[in-house]
Structure formats: C-alpha cells, structure tokens
Design a protein around this ligand. Structure first.
Ligand SMILES: Cc1ncc(COP(=O)(O)O)c(C=O)c1O
Length: 453
C-alpha cells in the first residue's frame, strides 16, 4: 500500500493553458449591464478600467486560453504547487475518508492570489499602463499585486479595508516592501471615500468601499488601470491552474475526488480548484460534489439574493447578476478579511443556480478550531479564509466516520496564516466570537438593490 504524502509535478508538467468554464456552461451566465442605461455592456465600456487582452478573456467562450510564456516563467518560481494527502489529519479524526489538499501557500505572498496578479500585471504592462489601483481585504491580494507590479515595473496603489489595515500591519509592510503605496479605506483621497466618511466617520471599511476608491482613481487617470483580485471571469480563469494541476496530481495518487471543498469570498480560489472538475461534471465525465464554504458573518450565497447589483458601494461598477447582500453591506469584523465581500463571482453564482455547487455558511469559531486542529496534525497554519475550507473538509470527513465510507475529499488550502497570528492568539485566548446575521438585517441590506427591468 502506498504511503505517499505529497504529489509533486515538475515545471515541465505545469499546464500551458488556463481552463475557461464558459465553454462548458449549458446556459451562459446573464449579461453584465451598464449602470446608466441598464443595457448589456460591450468591451469598449470596460476599456477605461482594464487592458483589452483581459477584457477579451472576460467574454471569451474558448475552452483553453494559452498562458503567455512570460507569465509561465514567473509561475515556475512556485508552481506547480504540491498536493498533499493529509494522513496525520485523517488519523487524528479517526476517519476512513481520504483527505487531500492542494497547497497554494507556497507562493511569494503566501496564497493563490499571485496566480492572477502576475498575468494581470503582465497584460497591463503590455498595454502600456503605468500604474494599477486596487483594493485589498486581508492584504493577500494587495501584496500579490505589489509583488507582480514590482516584477513588471508598474506602480501599485492599494486601498486596504481599514479594519484589516489595523489588524494586519505586517501585510501593509509587505506591500510597501514590494514598493506599493497603501491607503486605509475609506480615505479622504477620493470622492467616494469622503462621502462615506461624512456619513460614517468611524467606518471600518469594506471591500465594496475600497473597490469604489480604486475604481475612481483608475477612471480619472489615463495611465492608471484597475485590477480586481477576485469575482471577474478572467480572474477565476487564471486560478484554474490550481484545479488543472490537481487533476494530474489526483491521477498520480490513483484517486478521484468524491467531494471538493473551497472557501468563497469573491469566489476565485474556489473556482480555481473546482472549475476544471465541474467542467468534467458538466460534460458528463464525472460526478463530484462541490461544496462552497462562506462565513456566516457574510453569507452571500446562503442568505443573499440572486439579483443584479453593483460590485462596489459607490455604484461605479457595471451591474452583475450574482448572489448579493447588497452593495451597502458592511460585514462584522471577522478575521477572514478576504471573505468579507457583499457579492459573489457571477460564474460561481450561476453554477449555484444550476445546482452544480452546494453552498454552506460556517461560524468563525468552528473555522478557527478546524484550522488549529489541521495545524497541529499537518504543521501548516492556514489563513483564516482557508480555515473555512478546512472546516468544511473536516465536516465531510466526520460524516464518513459516521457512515463508515471511505470517500475522497479534496480541498484548497489557499494560503498560510503567518500574518494572522493576532487572530490565532485572540482565538486561543477565547476572545473571538461568532456573528449571527438575522433575516431582518439581510432584508435591510437588500433593500437598496438597484431595480433592473
Ligand atoms: C487567503 C485567501 N483566501 C481566500 C480569499 C478570498 O478570495 P477568493 O474567494 O477570491 O478566493 C482571500 C482574499 O483576499 C484570501 O486572501
């Protein structure tokens, strides 16, 4: 019997093309609408914010899109990433389940985010852009774009959600180390930020507000474009390299996942691990259960509405159909800062509607407890966001223990938590709490949804 712990691919085995799930959808996702006219937008409408190569990827229905050699050359520093069999965790849980995890924490910034930061910086540089403006929640995305910007000679301006700016000073320091400028959001540097501060001087910020600030800066300056770390189709496609590698690695292990688990903030790491497998489900080649885990404090998939909404608080972005809690929603200050987004990737939402994805919401304390259990067994400390995937996988493994089934579970360990020690210290001291989000609060948050005919 094999006792292999990790399945590694050589650099030559790294995929040379991304997978685009839009090619396999039985029905396309609903159109993106112009916020002024309510009509479907075209590539030209997005041109002030993104370079044309990325806009064309956004709307492409080609199944495979080649990864440029310049991007592959950067990827090769940490890719292919390892796939592990969590044998010690299986033993600790006393489960007959086989648990595998794909580990994205080996990247320079410690998460999956450079998988899209690098191509986004590359295509912007190619288009002659000088500066990128972006938002960041936990700081993982901001530090990834700062890293990618430094490689391709682009300036990077990051609006960091204020609560994370205060909780995670070292993430900010890392972004500055890579040469980025970091501003706590909401700030007085933009009209959107000043409006929010006038109404809520104590605002702790949100991803929706930080997006408004970054979009405003990009829209006003010809040399600056906007970069988003999640949600958009092209971002999800860049992350597909995670699942494509996992397909080969699971084959090496001689197993195929019965269940795939990922955490969802805007949906990118979840899509990264799951879309290549969902593609197989859609083509009738497999039948894997796909579980999306979100925080109970920001339950867009489980309590939000599938409706057209803005991607940001100041209503500057196009309208997209997604599961949303409303663009005004400001979530509680849970430590999984990257999961505190009011909406969800339209492609993930569409696949939930198609019955391809099962969403669940977990409380903060369960996820930290799962993260500690995982760390004590496997020696890797997960990011608070990734703890949601760990907790979801442990739930499935414990169900197997009850039923006696030896199911194959694969989850995405999308980042390490080395910059999140304060959160772990607080958890171990009993200072963290769960956040309940009542139906009345949901209804209130949803009251401001735009009406679309
Ligand atoms: C480690 C980590 N995981 C997950 C997320 C959530 O984003 P997404 O749902 O796009 O993967 C973030 C976002 O910042 C993150 O930093």
């Amino acid at each position: 019997m094999s006792n292999t712990i990790k399945y590694v691919l050589t650099e030559d085995q790294m995929p040379t093309a991304w997978y685009n799930i839009q090619a396999d959808l039985p029905t396309p996702a609903p159109a993106v609408l112009h916020p002024g006219t309510g009509q479907p937008i075209g590539p030209a409408d997005l041109a002030p914010l993104f370079p044309m190569d990325l806009i064309l990827q956004e709307v492409s229905t080609e199944r495979s899109i080649e990864i440029p050699e310049e991007v592959r050359n950067v990827y090769r520093q940490w890719r292919p990433t390892p796939l592990y069999r969590a044998r010690r965790l299986e033993k600790a849980l006393d489960t007959p389940a086989k648990i595998y995890y794909k580990y994205e924490g080996v990247s320079p910034s410690g998460s999956h985010k450079p998988n899209t930061a690098v191509p986004q910086a590359y295509y912007n540089k190619k288009a002659g852009v000088k500066r990128l403006a972006t938002e960041t929640g936990a700081g993982q995305w901001g530090s990834s774009l700062a890293f990618a910007g430094s490689l391709f000679g682009l300036e990077v301006l990051v609006y960091m959600v204020k609560v994370s700016y205060q909780q995670k000073p070292y993430r900010r320091a890392l972004m500055e180390t890579f040469g980025a400028r970091v501003i706590a959001s909401p700030s007085d540097t933009t009209h959107a930020g000043r409006m929010i501060l006038a109404e809520h001087p104590e605002s702790t910020g949100s991803l929706g507000i930080a997006i408004s600030e970054a979009v405003e800066i990009a829209a006003q300056d010809d040399d600056t474009k906007y970069a988003l770390g999640s949600v958009l189709n092209h971002v999800l496609m860049h992350q597909s390299i995670i699942g494509l590698e996992s397909l080969t690695q699971m084959e090496m292990a001689g197993d195929y996942p019965d269940i795939i688990v990922g955490c969802t903030g805007g949906g990118s790491n979840f899509a990264g691990i799951s879309f290549p497998f969902i593609g197989r489900n859609l083509r009738g080649e497999a039948n894997t259960r796909i579980v999306a885990v979100e925080p109970a404090a920001c339950p867009s998939l489980t309590k939000g509405k599938y409706a057209y909404d803005f991607g940001d608080t100041a209503k500057m972005t196009p309208l997209v159909k997604m599961h949303t809690l409303g663009h005004d929603f400001v979530p509680s200050g849970i430590h999984a800062g990257g999961l505190r987004y009011h909406g969800m990737a339209p492609l993930v939402s569409h696949l939930v509607q198609l019955g391809q994805i099962e969403p669940i919401a977990l409380q903060q304390l369960e996820t930290f407890s799962a993260g500690l259990e995982f760390a004590r067994a496997e020696g890797i400390l997960p990011a608070p966001e990734a703890n949601h995937a760990v907790a979801g996988a442990i739930r499935e493994a414990l169900k197997c223990k009850e039923s006696g089934e030896s199911k194959v579970i694969l989850f995405n360990l999308c980042g390490h938590g080395h910059f999140d020690m304060q959160a772990y210290t607080d958890f171990m001291a009993g200072k963290l709490k769960d956040f309940e989000y009542s139906d009345a609060e949901v209804a209130m948050a949803l009251a401001g949804l735009p009406s679309v005919g």
